[in-house]
Design a protein around this ligand. Structure first.
Ligand code: AMP
Ligand code: TRP
Length: 336
């Protein structure tokens, strides 16, 4: 059976939307929206898996994220843009997937291991089941393609395993085997403080990331203080080996200025970091400045954003309802 090409992706409304999210995910979504049917989701149900979030803060972050996505160029009319909890079908399918996925599969998830750390006994059951909910987010729409950053590859592979086992167990091709779409020059943006660590919303140091809400001054300051090494920039890719900070900053520069890594290297070869950081600041401010300004403007009108999310939620429910019906009938649940 051929599945219609459909794109789904999600992002957690946990504040501090950063350059990694933008370059690794949101910017690619903007590029895809003209050619495909796209569903973009603020995964608020995932956001509560890690720790308790103040309810007002969760509402604020969800609206802020929606504004950031619209300000980045996502058209909420053409696409479906909504927050996950507006469609309970995600949770329904997630329960089914909790019964399909095996403990052994979940135990291998590196994101869980990283987030749980040494405190495995004390993290929520939701954090452990997180990837099954993610699979449900995708498959409740039978999405065939998922544009994400590098770090989500393992979760998409698990989504395929779940789809395959479900289809096999019930001897029916209900779900597609979803493909990850990992593209662009910045699929893994690293911390400004440590080139071996991923730029992340949850890093305690705000200096480690460029947030989409940062002012031009803050961006300049963070880039100025970003960790580097004492050598000038190299003239070849090989020259970046063992220089994670140089590699990361050049990668960010290339991505923001729409150049390939080779072009960026050719342009910057031999320059010292002081000069290069000025170039990087300039391009970062020119790309992010307009997005931040538009985001602020949209944030002043929560009624507008809430209307978009409500409309998106309604359209999302209309797409998932027939899939849930099919799942009920496949499993043997009597329908209301
Ligand atoms: P999260 O912040 O975990 O909700 O991630 C939302 C999206 O941004 C996912 O597609 C991630 O793969 C992507 N992402 C998060 N951090 C980075 C990063 N440092 N570099 C590239 N992509 C990222
Ligand atoms: N786990 C993803 C992240 O942390 C967010 C997410 C949840 C997601 N559900 C999704 C991404 C479905 C793509 C598709 O980045």
């Amino acid at each position: 059976m051929a599945f219609q090409r459909r794109i789904f992706s999600g992002i957690q409304p946990t504040g501090n939307l950063h350059l990694g999210n933008y370059l690794g995910a949101v910017r690619n979504w903007v590029a895809l929206q003209n050619d495909f049917e796209c569903i973009f989701c603020m995964v608020d149900m995932h956001a509560i898996t890690a720790s308790l979030i103040d309810p007002d803060e969760l509402r604020r972050s969800t609206r802020e994220l929606a504004c950031a996505m619209i300000a980045s160029g996502i058209d909420p009319k053409k696409n479906i843009l909504f927050n996950q909890s507006q469609n309970p079908d995600h949770a329904t399918l997630a329960w089914v997937f909790n019964c399909v996925a095996r403990m052994g599969w979940m135990n291998r998830m590196t994101q869980f291991k990283e987030k749980a750390g040494k405190d495995r006994e004390n993290v929520s059951l939701g954090l452990f089941a997180y990837p099954a909910l993610m699979a449900a987010d995708i498959l409740v729409y039978k999405a065939t393609h998922v544009p994400v950053g590098e770090d989500q590859k393992q979760h998409i592979e698990l989504t395929r395993d779940i789809a395959q086992k479900f289809n096999f167990d019930y001897q029916k091709e209900v779900f597609p085997l979803t493909e990850p779409q990992i593209f662009g020059t910045a699929t893994r943006v690293m911390s400004l403080r440590d080139g071996t660590k991923k730029m992340s919303k949850s890093d305690a140091s705000d200096q480690s990331r460029i947030n989409l809400t940062d002012t031009a001054d803050a961006i300049a300051d963070k880039i100025k203080r970003a960790k580097t090494d004492p050598n000038p920039l190299p003239d070849s890719k090989e020259g970046l080996e063992g220089r994670p900070e140089a590699q990361n900053l050049l990668g960010i520069y290339a991505a923001l200025s729409n150049k390939t890594m080779d072009q960026a290297i050719a342009e910057c070869a031999g320059k010292g970091f002081a000069e290069f950081k000025k170039m990087l600041t300039e391009v970062a401010v020119s790309v992010l400045g307009p997005i931040t300004a538009e985001m602020r403007r949209l944030m002043d009108d929560p009624g507008y954003v809430d209307g978009i999310l409500r409309d998106g939620g309604e359209r999302a429910r209309a797409l998932s309802a027939p899939v849930i019906t099919e799942v009920y009938d496949t499993i043997g649940f009597l329908r209301p």
